[in-house]
Every structure is written in structure tokens, then in C-alpha cells.
Design a protein around this ligand. Structure first.
Ligand code: ADP
Length: 665
């Protein structure tokens, strides 16, 4: 058996066990109670916990949630920390470790302040100094009064580099203020805990620690062509599960298939008269979009210099409210790739068209205000309604729309769970390639930050209430102002309460979830080609422990959906295993492409070559594949929302016209 074979076998075994592990119910919260040497022996007595230690003044108690390799929650809580201790703050914040002085000052009385709970653990050392019995006691204020006990130093505020936040700056500032964290608007010479980028992972180069709010490669993965490809791969494997994405063809390469298929459909049934929407690859905010009824229209319009893009089946029967078409902007947080952690904002936005909807006909194809829901287009219609109310106007909260539907008898629970499924499945579709991008930018062994990202999902509800994915935005607008024409041709940004309510909540709660004080120290990002064997189950959004400073904050608006629903969706994570193989066979870490030699090795190791498929054919195949793909992966550093705003001109947008002013929402 060759070395390679053994390695591949091990890898496959690991993947198998990953699959099995991930299937397991993952309730594995851990309450750790590391005590400086020697190890602790802990009494399960809820009111009195005994810790064995040689030097009681050195006691350090850390209670962590969700560590790795642990046992079931209830059992663990009880055994290691005792019932009371399961109340401890999630970020391991029992304060005692370096409180030797304070403890000594109190003589034999040992007093531990549990951050976030206002509780005191009080202990007495035995004469031999080997045991400290601690028990829940009075609150901090009482102790302070009675013993002159000094409150432990406040946790140092989390630092956020906001120098590259661009249009999210206002909402970010408000969020940081609410959290009482520290903002660095001009960056900082020493490292920050969090870097907030307005466009891409590369906005600040050479970050070696902390967390960045963008993943490398996310912009590329979510461009219209790549998203369509990723979803199509999944549609081929799981057609029923991925029927929420309209049928799409990639332009120009699939123009022939598109044309032939539509001709055949029409020949088979003359009454079928579909409409298609053409979207340029790098476009956003309705930029360059147009509707067609026949493939030949596309050819005519695009001419010989066909641009890259997608042509997609147009959803002809959307759900209407007040006779208007609308779509949903949902905010989704990818908290971590490995293990995969997805959160959905419970509140989103809905964007309304400004002309009553009619099904597409040759006559109305160019009526943008009827067919396209983009804010950036409709805001220029005379009918656009700016409203401070959340339930009226051209931009409303998602909850107000759902309430309205519920009042009409719609089963909104079902709609919501279909939306959650759509989100999880879409993320599962893009994760494999995202991991390839990730390891290319932050290869194993290279110091780098960890990443998280807020995505904007654009979802349309069909008349039959089925949600349809339109696109995913890697840079959803986080603006909390909207433009208003204060005098003819003069525009000003004025506060938009609906945007502020939703977007500040999303940013603030993302920060709360990413709070380094709440995180375990272990890396949770994909640092190597293989999978982690155990899915890590983080805390539920609803049970996120608050630090004392967070006391006044509302409960989290972000709800964890993965791994919460691992059981239902894990079987779809098939392509990730192939991505793991690919990353493994890249040979050179920190790369995105398989070189010709690695490709040969890959074919040989997988025993794919034989007398009909020689190594010469392998080389030709390699050249073929790389040629085919060379045009489809533009450089990430070039991509992004790099437009500028101009207040001077006002264009009325028409289909196929370039908007001068951009705002994704
Ligand atoms: P952009 O990134 O330019 O906003 P989208 O894919 O979001 O591109 O499309 C713009 C708008 O066009 C959407 O907000 C929606 O109103 C409409 N739209 C897009 N795709 C479809 C579709 N397949 N069927 C019906 N309407 C669509």
C-alpha cells in the first residue's frame, strides 16, 4: 500500500467520521473549571463547591461554554461547576485568579466575584491550605460595603478599527457606543480586536490577529455567475432541496443551451410564454438589468460583445401587497466557517416597487418601477414614500409585513421556516469554495485573523408564498440615512428610522456575538485542509450571556440556525468533502489553483488514470479545465463596491441604464 493511499484512506475515514459526528445531536456545552495546579476536585453540591488546591490564593476559576470535546450539557454543568456555577458568565469571567492580594487581605475569607451575575462566591481556606470551600453569598454591593472589598478591574473595552468602515460607519459608531466599546476611527498602531471593513477582507492588509468582518473570497463567491454555479452544483445533486433558485444560464457560455431549451419548450407548448431577466455579473442595485421574452432579444441587445452575466427565469407571479411587488432583505451572519455557524436576523427589511404590478407583457417589460424592487431605482420614482413608520411606505420592516400577512390568515411560521431553510442551503452551497479561498489567503501555519461576515439575502415571495432566492449581497448597505431631495436637484442624507432600527441592531448584535471576551481561545476557522471532527455547538442567541455593560441592551436580534438545525441539513454538506480533498491535493498551501503536477498526483492517487486515460490525457484535461476557468475568477482585490456617491446629478433610471448613485438598500 503506497503512502498516498494510506493518507487518502485516513482522510476518507476522517471525513466519514466527520459526517457521523456532525449528525450527532450536538448538545455539548461545557462548563470548564480549570484550577491552577493541582487539578480541582469539585463538589456537585450546588450551594457549596470545594476546590482542592495547594495554594488557595492562586485559585483561578474559568467557566466556559462550548469548549471542544466535551460531554453532555446537563451532566457536565453539574459535575464540574455545580448548579450555581452553571450561571456563570459565558466568557469565563469568574474573577479570582490574580486576586491573590485581595484574597489575602481578607484573611481566610475567600471572595470571588462572578462577572455578569452580581454574585459573590465566598470561601474559607482549611488550615492546611489545601481546600477552599466557596459558596454563593451576598451580592457585590453588600460585600463591598461590609469588607471594603475592591471590585475587580473592569474588563478592558473591546477595540474596533473603524477606519475602513465606509458607509457602515454611522451604524457601527452607534453600535460601539451602545456596547461601550472603543472605536479607532483612524486605525491603531497596535492590533485591534475587531476590524470592520466596508468592502472586502483586503481593505486593511497584513492583519495577523483579531477578527475581520469579511471573509476572503466572499465577494467572488457571491457574484451572480459564481452563486449560480454553486447553486446549480447543488441542484444537480439535490434537485428538490434546491428548487428555490430560479433556473439560470451563464452568459455568454450557455447562450446556446438557453436558446435551444427555450425554443423546445415553446415548440412543445405554444401557450407557454416565459419571461427572463438578464443580470450582468458584477452588477448591483438593478444596474444593467433588463427583461426579455425571447432568447433572440438577448442576442440582439448584447450584440457580439456579450458581457458576462446570467439570464434567469423571471418569477411572473410574486406575492403582492397593496398591489405592489416587494422583496425581502434578510441579514445573515456567518459567524464561523469551521465549524459552520449561521445566524439570521429576526428583523429585516422589505423594499416595495412604486408602480402597481402587472404580469410581464411585451409592453411593460421596461417598466422598472413595476418589476424591480431595488431601493436605488424606486427612490427616484415620484411615488416613493419615505415613512418613519415601520409598516407603511416603500421600505418597511419584515415583521410588519409578516404581521400583515398573518392577519390575512397566512401561515407565517411556515414562511419563516422555509426562509431559514433557503438561507442554510444557500450557505451550504457556497461554503466549499469559500474554504478554498480562505486557505489561499490564510494558509495553515500563517498568522491571520479569524473572519465573520454579515450577508444580505434578497428573497422574493411567490404568490403561493414560496420564497425564492434572488441574490446574496456580500456588502449589504448598512446606511442608516436616505437621500432626500431638499430642493430641485439638491440631495441630502437624512436619518431613516426604519434602517436605523434594523441595521444598528444587526451590527450591534453581530459585535456582541463576536465579542472576544465571549469566545473560546481555540481557533474555530478552517486552518487546514481537513474537517474538524466534531461540530462545535455554540450558544444559542437567546441565551447569550451578557457582560455587565450589556445590561441595558435588548435581547439579541440574531438567531442561530446552524448548527441548531444540523440534523436537517447536514446531509447536504457533500461538496465540502470534495473541497477538502481539493485543498489537500493543492500541494502548495496558500494557493487557489491546482498546479499540473498536483493534478497528476491527484489523478494518480485517486486511481483515475488507466490505459484509456493516460497521463498525457490528464495533462490535456488540466489545460482544458484551467482555460475554461481562467475567465471566471476575477481577482478579489479588484472586486467590490468601489463606487462613489455623487450628489450633483440625478438620473432617472431606466432598464439598462447605469445608476449614478448607489445604495444597496
Ligand atoms: P441587483 O444585484 O442588481 O439588485 P438582483 O438579482 O437583486 O440584482 O435583481 C434586481 C431586482 O430584480 C430584484 O430586487 C427583484 O425585484 C428583481 N428580480 C431579480 N431576479 C428576479 C427574478 N428571477 N424574478 C423576478 N424578479 C426578479
Amino acid at each position: 500500500m503506497s503512502d498516498h493511499y494510506v493518507k487518502v484512506k485516513v482522510q476518507l475515514e476522517q471525513m466519514k467520521s466527520f459526517g457521523e459526528d456532525a449528525e450527532k445531536e450536538g448538545v455539548d456545552t461545557e462548563e470548564q473549571l480549570p484550577v491552577s495546579s493541582p487539578p480541582a476536585s469539585v463538589s456537585p453540591d450546588p450551594s457549596s463547591t470545594t476546590i482542592a488546591g495547594r495554594d488557595a490564593s492562586n485559585i483561578s476559576i474559568t467557566c466556559k461554554h462550548r469548549g471542544k470535546s466535551r460531554t453532555k450539557q446537563g451532566k457536565d454543568d453539574k459535575n464540574s461547576c455545580g448548579k450555581d456555577i452553571s450561571d456563570l458568565s459565558l466568557h469565563g469571567s469568574v474573577v479570582s485568579a490574580h486576586d491573590g492580594k485581595n484574597l489575602n487581605r481578607l484573611g481566610h475569607e475567600r471572595t470571588l466575584h462572578i462577572r455578569g451575575t452580581g454574585k459573590i462566591l465566598q470561601g474559607k481556606s482549611e488550615t492546611n491550605g489545601n481546600y477552599v470551600t466557596i459558596h454563593a453569598s451576598k451580592n457585590v454591593q453588600d460585600m463591598r460595603r461590609e469588607d471594603g472589598f475592591k471590585l475587580p478591574k473592569k474588563r478592558r473595552p473591546v477595540t474596533v478599527d473603524t477606519s475602513k468602515a465606509k458607509t457602515s460607519l454611522e451604524a457601527l459608531k452607534l453600535s460601539i457606543k451602545q456596547l461601550k466599546w472603543k472605536e479607532f476611527p483612524l486605525g491603531r498602531r497596535t492590533a485591534c480586536d475587531i476590524y470592520w471593513h466596508g468592502v472586502s477582507f483586503h481593505d486593511n492588509e497584513n492583519i495577523v490577529s483579531g477578527q475581520v468582518n469579511k471573509f476572503p473570497g466572499m465577494i467572488e463567491m457571491l457574484r451572480k455567475i459564481n452563486l449560480s454555479r454553486a447553486v446549480r452544483t447543488m441542484q444537480e445533486l439535490f434537485p428538490e432541496e434546491y428548487d428555490f433558485y430560479p433556473r439560470s444560464w451563464i452568459l455568454p457560455e450557455e447562450y446556446q443551451q438557453f436558446s435551444t431549451q427555450i425554443r423546445m419548450v415553446k415548440e412543445n407548448d405554444a401557450t407557454v410564454n416565459p419571461t427572463f431577466i438578464v443580470k450582468p455579473d458584477g452588477g448591483s442595485q438593478g444596474d444593467g438589468i433588463y427583461l426579455i421574452r425571447d432568447p433572440s432579444d438577448l442576442k440582439l441587445m448584447a450584440g457580439s460583445q456579450a458581457k458576462q452575466g446570467v439570464v434567469q427565469e423571471y418569477i411572473q407571479k410574486p406575492l403582492l401587497i397593496d398591489k405592489l411587488k416587494f422583496d425581502i432583505r434578510l441579514y445573515v451572519l456567518i459567524k464561523s466557517l469551521e465549524p459552520l455557524e449561521i445566524y439570521i436576523a429576526k428583523e429585516g427589511l422589505t423594499r416595495f416597487c412604486t408602480e402597481p404590478y402587472q404580469e410581464p407583457s411585451q409592453k411593460n417589460l421596461s417598466h422598472v418601477f413595476m418589476h424591480l424592487t431595488n431601493y436605488s431605482l424606486n427612490v427616484h420614482s415620484g411615488n416613493f414614500v419615505h415613512s418613519d413608520s415601520q409598516s407603511t411606505g416603500s421600505k418597511r420592516t419584515l415583521s410588519s409585513v409578516l404581521y400583515r400577512l398573518a392577519a390575512k390568515g397566512v401561515d407565517i411560521k411556515k414562511v419563516w421556516s422555509d426562509i431559514i431553510a433557503l438561507v442554510i442551503k444557500t450557505v451550504i452551497a457556497v461554503v466549499p469554495e469559500l474554504k478554498v479561498y480562505y486557505q489561499a489567503d490564510i494558509p495553515p501555519g500563517k498568522p491571520g485573523p479569524t473572519c465573520f461576515q454579515i450577508l444580505g439575502f434578497d428573497i422574493l415571495l411567490m404568490k403561493n408564498l414560496k420564497p425564492v432566492l434572488l441574490e446574496v449581497n456580500s456588502n449589504p448597505s448598512m446606511r442608516i440615512e436616505h437621500e432626500q431631495e431638499v430642493a430641485p436637484g439638491v440631495f441630502e442624507y437624512v436619518p431613516s428610522p426604519v434602517d436605523e432600527d434594523v441595521k444598528v441592531g444587526v451590527i450591534r448584535d453581530t459585535l456582541r456575538l463576536m465579542d472576544p471576551g465571549h469566545k473560546k481561545p481555540s481557533t474555530s476557522q478552517p486552518r487546514a485542509a481537513g474537517f474538524e471532527h466534531r461540530e462545535e455547538i455554540p450558544m444559542e442567541a437567546e441565551t447569550q450571556e451578557r457582560s455587565p455593560d450589556e445590561g441595558a441592551l435588548p435581547s439579541l436580534c440574531l438567531k442561530q440556525v446552524y448548527p441548531k438545525y444540523t440534523k436537517q441539513f447536514n446531509y447536504l454538506r457533500l461538496v465540502e468533502r470534495i473541497a477538502a480533498l481539493f485543498i489537500r491535493f493543492l500541494g502548495v498551501k496558500g494557493n487557489m489553483r491546482l498546479g499540473p503536477t498536483a493534478f497528476r498526483t491527484f489523478i494518480r492517487t485517486c486511481k483515475l488514470s488507466n490505459s484509456n486515460f493516460t497521463m498525457a490525457s490528464v495533462d490535456i484535461l488540466y489545460i482544458d479545465i484551467t482555460r475554461r476557468w481562467s475567465g471566471t475568477t476575477p481577482d478579489s482585490r479588484e472586486a467590490g463596491n468601489t463606487h462613489t456617491h455623487t450628489h450633483k446629478q440625478k438620473h432617472v433610471y431606466a432598464l439598462k441604464q447605469k445608476p449614478s448613485r448607489r445604495n444597496n438598500m
